[in-house]
Design a protein around this ligand. Sequence first.
Ligand code: HEC
Ligand code: HEC
Length: 290
Amino acid sequence: MALKERDEVSGQVTTGHEWNGIKELNTPVPMPLWIFLISMTLFAVTWTVLMPSWPGINTYFRGLLGVDQQVAVRQSLAEAEAERAGWTERLANEDFASLEADDAIMKLVRQTGGVLFADNCAACHGPQALGNLGYPNLARSPMMWGDDIDTVAETIRIGINSNHGETRFAQMLAFGRDQMLPSADIRLLAQYVEGLSGAQTLSGDELAQAETLFADNCASCHGEDAMGMVETGAPNLTDAFWIYGGDRASIRQSIYNGRQGTMPAWEGRLTPAQIRLMALYVVDLRAHAQ
Ligand code: HEC
Ligand code: HEC
């Protein structure tokens, strides 16, 4: 180990350490870095003196400037709470018609409701409530359970196929899997249902046969005209809106395996005022969607 050896190329003194013939230069720390480190240390020390910093047993050092974010946060929370108390009361108790007629309330419904929807509903129904595969479009499609605001509020409260004691049940039967209809009939029905919302591709005997099959097996829930029934929660099959897809293969899947979508019940998770707020929000969204 050589001491105070000078490197021939750089002219720097080495540290004397050597690994497999490679020697370490004893380069001094550059001045700008020193200045940076010292000024940052001074800043940190000054900051802990000025601002709330050191913890004690029961309290903490509050800092010479007396800045306390907790006080500021508590103040704005109290303000928000007081502001909300007024309208929470109204949302929970006032009838929907007079809430809908109040511009100030509806402004709040659109703002707060939008946040609440994004937090609780958008994951399934999409950020604009336009639906996702398996989750209905709430902004535009006809409501399976009815679109008057009391019904919507009730659907949100108890859910569909949920674990709520009063849940709505939506049971699209598995006609193929449970061997209620032969495959040939299901294929015919899938083609027939596909044609209900566009151009009917069946004709003659096949069309007549499909109409009979529909009347015998499907009309009790979806209606004679296939326009859906709020009593059973069965959707309209003649429009452009599909929960599970409107192509023939998806429709065949729906008929063969059945569908039982689950809408969670929100009672207990949202307050009664929030549930009514969501109903107002959804109905308002529908009124303004083209
Ligand atoms: C976990 C997914 C999920 C979440 C979260 C969810 N929903 Fe649903 N929702 C569904 C499904 C699935 C259906 C349709 C059930 C069916 O197919 O029968 C539905 C149906 C509905 C309906 C009835 C639609 C109709 O046609 O009658 C309304 C209203 C509704 N949801 C509102 C909401 C609101 C408001 C929220 C947020 C508070 C929400 N949903 C959160 C899955 C969800
Ligand atoms: C017992 C009532 C009931 C009967 C009978 C019934 N359906 Fe349904 N059907 C439903 C319900 C409820 C839904 C919605 C299920 C869901 O969203 O989870 C549905 C959904 C569907 C869908 C999916 C719609 C979409 O938007 O993706 C199709 C297609 C369908 N039914 C066709 C039929 C046909 C064809 C028959 C007759 C062979 C039939 N249904 C019989 C209740 C019924």
